[in-house]
Design a protein around this ligand. Sequence first.
Ligand code: AHR
Length: 602
Amino acid sequence: MTRQLSFMLISLATAVTITDSQIKDSSPILFGLMFEDMNHGGDGGIYGELLANRAFQGDNPSADHYYGINANISLSDEALSDALPHSLYVDGDGFYNDGYWGINVQEVEYTARFYHKGNNTPTSVVLKNMDDNKQLASITPTAVTKDTATHLAHSNGFQLYEAKLTPSINASGLNNGLCIYGSGHFGLVSLFGPTYKDRPNGLRKDVAQAVAGMGSHFLRFPGGNNLEGPGGPETRWKWNETVGPLTNRPGRQGDWQYPNTDGLGLHEYLDWIEDMSMTAVLVVWSGLTMEHYTVPDDELQPYIDDVMNELEYILGDESTEYGARRAVNGRQQPWSVQYVEIGNEDFFDTTMSYGYRFDAFNKAIKAQYPNITTIASTNFGISQFPIEETWQDEHLYLSPSELIGRFSYFDNYPVNKTSIFIGEYASSNDRNELANVYEAISEAVYMTGLETNSDKVKGACYAPLIDNSSDDNKYRPDLIELDAASVKLSTSYQVQKLWATSQGDYILTLQDAAFNPLYYVANIKGDTIHVKIANIGGDRQQFNAIIDVDGFINGSATAQGISSSDPNAETVDIETWNVTYSNGQLSLNLQTYAAGIISITK
Ligand code: AHR
């Protein structure tokens, strides 16, 4: 087709004009992640520990996941430390642990560690296939003499042992065990494979790589309900019990019906954020538990002090009390935290005590750290929140049609009110393990609406992030499904990746835009314009645009996205799309149920 003819065709068809005649700022952290330990997405998920029940934690400690090898084994009250009051007593040849629904033993280096108290030195550490008893790797453990940030060489009369194992073949299945030969008391029995960026006590590499692949801009953590505590205030996530040597971390029952090791603690979260070049959105406990117990006004101060201590631990230099403790725990340089959310789903209003709790935490934080942006956890009448410099967090778990209906929700939101943060959202009709294409495209529509208004909407993150599909306790769908061996990416994951990796500095103006079934937004970042576009319908759609931005008339365009003829499809890959761009005229014929990005470079 000649250039002239294609120009005529575009002129005849409806075209939107994308112009920089008026631009709006786009939030630099617009699309991020939300993570809490649920669905075994932390322990048994992204946290690199491969053994389950390593330290006999939780409200009902047991010897689950341990099996005797010609031995009687039992849970013992011989305490490894003040924080870890139990150990495993082994009377016989040894024992093994079978991991989180199996252990995926491959030809990579593993590090086993355990504490031992007894008369005889443990003789060997073996990775073994438990179906055929085949040894995959075996070595004599060595007694550790030096403390590290996460492991003290000695604790309460126990000696730390370490063993490096590199199997020469991959195991055929997941029914493998870490076997330790020896008798006596054993505690904190641990096995790590390779970790992301080789961090000690770090993240499972394949899972972290998948998470990093989304290119997300912030991490909201550590909850979610898992911050709140399933019982009284004492059951909340306590930052100070998640730092330092693992023998100092008691773990807790958690809000999602399984014990948390808290091996994935405050340091590990902040290292994760740093390693993926993200921004921290730290959620702090504000006096409300999961059961809606609220701390009365006159009892709140210790919890405010606790948050201030946490912030000093993260942000203070070594001359401060808590900054010095951080340095002792292995991190000299302060981290960076610019965003602090006060509570999770506290629905701050008059009935849930907005009046004193939010104010009390907010005033204390702002007095000490005026540059921190605070976020209020509320979903009451979004335009009514009275503190303008604070962002408001609203959570939405909606059906696809409800989410699509929110495309223009913030179009007329008054700019002089507080900014918006969507700290959790997902689209689902049937809460299947993985979102289907239709649900994912509805999220793309919603995110397109958020980005259109990203001068007011400062951040948004999907939830939940990770699910271990071997776990029966489900909150579905999740962005990533995993088991001991594999990591499965949902259609929603692909949308998150497309939208996060093409974030702009400014939002361009659309003239003559028409929406439904196509929804789109355009941004500019340096020499690149991104047009994000979704087709929520079952028919192909023609999209034509005139790019009226200086310097782009002779540019070139590429496009990529997901699409399917089946709205119920559960896995799709990102594909390259055909797009034409000439003389500032853009043309793309969209597939059915599609979401993708057109990139135009000068
Ligand atoms: O994402 C799952 C849960 O949904 C979160 O923990 C909670 O904040 C919300 O209600």
